[in-house]
Design a protein around this ligand. Sequence first.
Ligand code: CAA
Length: 258
Amino acid sequence: MAYENIRLEHDGAVATLTIDRPKALNALNNKTLQEIEAAVRSLGSDTRVLIVTGGGEKAFVAGADIAEMASLSESQAQEFAALGHRAFALLESLTIPTIAAVNGFALGGGCELALACDFIYASEKAQLGLPEVGLGVIPGFGGTQRLTRAVGRARAKELVFTGARIDAAKAKEIGLVLEVLPAEGLLAHCRSVAAKILKNGPLAIGKAKRVIEQGADKDLTEANTLERQGFAELFGSEDQREGMKAFLEKRPAVFTGK
Ligand code: CAA
């Protein structure tokens, strides 16, 4: 499929989704959100890790498109937020690992896009934040909720109330970003993490992701029940048989995802 504002590239089992509207610092307009949704939907079972990044030199994504938003009515704003929520929920619901490679400004909707990924690596020049209150609105693509879950209420409130931009080092300090890399090494780092993931059983990774996600908002007893079920369900899969057989035969496992 031909896209206007994004690129979706496949390198073996690793797909890279690049938000690519550098003239507007990759701001998310309606079309871009629709293309993100379509791209995520198009991923087949041959893709086992997704990296999300920004095109050009300056930005991951500088937010929702302010020029497009400026004159929205309340009901149009509802629809716009619903589109963003749908696209990011779809991204979040993927069973494969998703890695945000934050290569520059990740503000507003850009920070929210990164937060919808499993984890975030950032370049030294990245700046993150939710500056929406400075525009007289609040984050509208899940930021108030996902940031709170990622860094806790007080930090989330501080960032949302001040609208402050934080650098990559600060983002790492508060647990928003996992690692800070030199700009030129960011994608290579993401790909090397993807390569480590690809050595493991795809069914197990998908199950681990689901159990972590679903368990996070439950009490420990209920959450551990999910883990127990997930653990048991993998027994009898080809991946479980192969993984354990390979260990006992002292050879690398060859997983099929079945
Ligand atoms: N929407 C639309 N256009 C944007 C944009 C955005 N979010 N961010 C940047 N641009 C455009 C600029 O208007 C400019 O376009 P022109 O060249 O046509 O004037 C171009 O991208 C380059 O931007 P700047 O000249 O501003 O670049 P800079 O280096 O001086 O500043 C910046 C960079 C600090 C990121 C600044 O562009 C900025 O503050 N952008 C807006 C950030 C923001 O407020 N994001 C939140 C949006 S609201 C939101 O996301 C709501 C939600 O949760 C759903």
